[in-house]
Design a protein around this ligand. Structure first.
Ligand code: SAH
Length: 393
């Protein structure tokens, strides 16, 4: 799904008036951080929790509308902090209900968050970095290089914006029931900020999602998988893509540093710490590269090393992007691959491609964003020329 949330440089980003000030963005704090900040203001912890509910349950960013917060505290808050979600540059809905938002960051960067509705759940795909440095060969983010880590506020801000737009009502009729850290970037390389954001996704005073509904996806940073298992209760997805080291190193260069045996070791330790959970192994199917029966057999062998029921395979048909040397496996090959796994009792799901008509499927977003870059440039030119622009999308 990764490339779901592609980011890119856009020609101009609206200036955020609060960004230049030294006010604190409350979206950067988890519950404890917020309590500490309120303590610095000389306020009781329950006040922090009251404000937290306004921010995440009512999706309120205006202290003036937080009616049960006293006037004096509101004034104090206005002087020292703000609730600063990323600005929406564009948003677009696909015919199948998939929705994506292009969100403006500082320095002309933009990221995309994608919402994928299904009959029984709604999943938001969230990014963790601007660009990515891991250079996975089949991922369009790799072609953009690494720019910077997202702040916690920018990670949780993607959910805040989407929830507000979708009319998410926490603890009632939730639109976003699941979050996957499968957008742009390697979340374990932005550990602290991602953990803060995920703790807000999990927290009852935040978005209140159960641990199995918040999933972090990693290319396999072994030490950080161990650290994560001791830090926060969320679900784990591992981007495997090949079950032999030679091929995996070619596809996911990080495999050279943390080969499959070490990665599986970390997965074992994860399961030992969470016996009743499972790990999702993502496997993007590329024509003639990793989709042959021999590859399925290698995968089966690897999955069998984990305790029964603790591994799920998620097959993702490759989504092409401009300039890629890979192709999507054909439907028959995909079916055959899945059948081999299922016959060997490996729990296997096939991820359907969604949002094609708005280029919101995995790995498809770059061209679209570049397009938007041009649009942004035109938008800016027209503004510079003093012409009014109603809406650029
Ligand atoms: N860095 C993390 C999270 C981002 S990638 C990780 O590697 O897991 C999340 C998933 O997106 C990956 O598992 C990969 O399967 C998928 N992905 C990336 N590019 C893709 C493409 N072009 N087509 C299909 N899936 C892709």
């Amino acid at each position: 799904m990764a490339a779901h949330s592609k980011m890119n440089q856009v020609a101009s980003t609206p200036i955020d008036p609060t960004a230049a000030s030294d006010k604190v963005n409350l979206l950067d704090f988890d519950r404890q951080g917020l309590r500490d900040f309120f303590a610095q203001l000389g306020e009781k912890p329950y006040r922090a929790e009251q404000v937290m509910k306004w921010i995440y349950h009512h999706l309120e960013d205006d202290f003036g509308r937080m009616t049960d917060v006293g006037k004096a505290l509101r004034a104090k808050l206005e002087a020292s902090c703000y609730v600063g979600p990323p600005k929406t540059l564009f948003d677009k809905a696909a015919a199948d209900g998939t929705h994506k938002w292009l969100l403006g960051m500082d320095g002309g960067n933009a990221i995309e968050a994608v919402y994928i509705p299904e009959p029984t759940r709604g999943t938001l795909c969230v990014s963790s970095q601007v660009g990515c440095g891991l250079n996975c060969q089949f991922c369009s983010t790799a072609t953009q290089g690494f720019n910077r880590n997202l702040a916690a506020s920018e990670v949780i801000g993607q959910m805040w914006v989407a929830a507000k737009h979708l009319g998410n009502v926490t603890h009632q009729n939730r639109r976003i029931t699941n979050v996957v850290m499968m957008g742009m970037g390697e979340p374990l390389l932005n550990f602290d900020n991602v953990v803060t954001a995920m703790s807000l996704m999990r927290d009852d005073l935040g978005f209140g999602l159960a641990s199995k509904r918040v999933t972090l996806s990693t290319a396999g940073l072994v030490p950080m998988i161990d650290k994560l298992s001791q830090t926060i209760d969320v679900s784990l997805a591992v981007s495997l893509h090949a079950a032999n080291d030679e091929l995996r190193t070619e596809l996911v260069p990080l495999n050279k540093r943390y080969p499959i045996a070490e990665l599986m070791g970390a997965c074992h330790r994860w399961i030992e710490r969470r016996p009743r959970t499972s790990i999702t192994f993502e496997y993007t199917l590329m024509k003639g590269v990793n989709d042959q029966p021999e590859h399925a057999k290698q995968l089966i062998k690897l999955m069998r090393k984990l305790p029964t029921g603790s591994a799920k395979v998620n097959l993702i048909p490759f989504n092409p992007f401009p300039g890629t040397r890979f192709e999507r496996s054909d439907a028959e090959t995909i079916r055959a691959f899945q059948t081999l796994l299922l016959n060997a009792n490996v729990l296997t799901m096939l991820r359907r491609t969604r949002g094609d008509d708005i280029d919101a499927a995995c790995g498809q977003l770059k061209g679209q964003v570049l397009d938007r870059t041009r649009r942004q440039a035109e938008f800016r030119k027209r503004l510079d020329q003093g012409q009014g622009v109603a809406h650029a999308s």
